[in-house]
Write a protein that binds this ligand. Structure first.
Ligand code: NAD
Ligand code: ZN
Length: 372
């Protein structure tokens, strides 16, 4: 039996009290080893540990990182499938708190909460200590080293879980909890100000269209780069000032330099192929910042030392975001500034979504409904 803790102190809280009956089994998509079959099946509902919330996940975004986890793209970072023989992926979940462990405070049953990639930070290492808890030395990753949001009930650490305001649309907020946070932080890392140009490489994928919209909301001017007519239409609808189709343009670098009158202040790479990363360094002006976000497997970056030095270019990696980035990214969304195209599907359709994603055919984000 799951212990569901309620906090009742006043009549008004009593009026707002909600009861949830929690089943013992649930639907999930699981796999047992890299590239193994993605099985839509019944599994037990997990029990929250003392520090954890139990969330009834209603919707989850499908991120390219989930595809990489399933493919086992990062050999030095094994998933729970490799270490324990089974993994439920997913880290863009949005749902309702239905239970919690005995040490949890600051949460009530009925609150809306998210499942994000960095699920648990130790709060003690040097990175946690100075506000970079996403870089914790002892992290737990949702949908990677801990079962994630491709199930109806997920456990998350209560300290790190994002609280979702009740007036925020649960169906659309999931992608903000990985994609949104990540691109928002990456854009801040470019140090671009309102009016500055930024280039988004891979601008019409899940992270890309979010990056375009956050950049516009932050007052930046955007050159978007992606491939194909559909991606171009989506980028223009998403608000890019200029779109470059890399499958048609012979000289992307000259084109960006011309549009931005000498180079952009920042280039954020959210593309999934190595070629774009090499290009990014040449797209920024002096003292420009290149931010690497996309994670193509087995890829290295080479940069001309002369160019990097003479232009004083900075090349930085950026990995999701901390709790402040999370709350700020959710707030942009709450204020109606971020409106990414979303395609709905059932959780059981995850294998087809991964297929489309592998072929680079997805515009914006797929969100799965865990009840289907
Ligand atoms: P996606 O598949 O939705 O989008 C990728 C986009 O890149 C597609 O639109 C594709 O057409 C485009 N693209 C591919 N090659 C290109 C090229 N040469 N030039 C320009 N565009 C190109 O993927 P997503 O969910 O947006 O994720 C993007 C990447 O970000 C993945 O590698 C993912 O693992 C990574 N990621 C990183 C973090 C982080 O914290 N750093 C967080 C989440 C995801
Ligand atoms: Zn993600």
């Amino acid at each position: 039996m799951l212990r569901v803790r309620y906090s009742i102190s006043t009549p008004s809280m009593l009026r707002g009290l909600r009861y949830y009956s929690i089943p013992t089994t649930q639907k999930a998509v699981v796999f047992e080893h890299a590239r193994g079959p993605l099985l839509y099946k019944d599994i037990p509902v997990p029990q929250p540990r003392p520090n954890e919330l139990l969330i009834n996940v209603k919707y989850s975004g499908v991120c390219h990182l989930d595809l990489s986890a399933w493919k086992g793209d990062w050999k030095n970072l094994p998933t729970k499938a490799e270490t324990a023989g089974l993994l439920v992926g997913g880290h863009e979940g949005a749902g309702v708190v239905v239970g919690m462990g005995s040490n949890v405070s600051g949460w009530e049953v009925g609150d809306h909460a998210g499942v994000k990639f960095v699920l648990l930070s130790c709060w003690k290492c040097e990175y946690c200590y100075d506000g970079h808890e996403q870089l914790c030395n002892r992290p737990v990753y949702s949908g990677y080293t801990h079962d994630g949001s491709f199930q109806q009930y997920a456990t998350v650490d209560a300290m790190g879980a994002p609280k979702i305001p009740q007036d925020v649309d649960l169906l659309r907020v999931g992608p903000i909890l990985c994609g949104g946070i990540t691109v928002y932080r990456a854009l801040k890392t470019t140090t671009a100000q309102a009016g500055d140009w930024v280039v988004i490489l891979g601008c019409s994928g899940g992270l890309g269209l979010l990056a375009v919209q956050y950049a516009k909301a932050m007052g930046m001017r955007v050159v978007g780069i992606d491939g194909g007519a559909e991606k171009g239409k989506a980028a223009i609808a998403g608000g890019v000032d200029e779109f470059i189709d890399f499958t048609e343009c012979d000289d992307v670098i000259s084109r960006v330099v011309a549009i931005t009158n000498g180079g952009a202040k920042g280039a954020v790479n959210v593309s999934t192929l190595p070629q774009a990363i090499q290009q990014s360094i040449q797209l920024v002006k002096k003292r420009g910042v290149v931010v690497l976000v996309g994670l193509p497997p087995d890829t290295t970056v080479t940069a001309s030392v002369l160019q990097t030095v003479l232009k004083s270019v900075r090349i930085e990696g950026s990995f999701v975001g901390n709790r402040a980035d999370t709350d700020e990214a959710i707030d942009f969304f709450r204020r109606g500034l971020i409106n990414q195209p979303i395609t709905m599907a059932g959780l059981s359709q995850l294998p087809e979504i991964f297929d489309k994603m592998s072929r680079g055919e997805i515009v914006g984000r797929y969100v799965v409904d865990t009840s289907k």
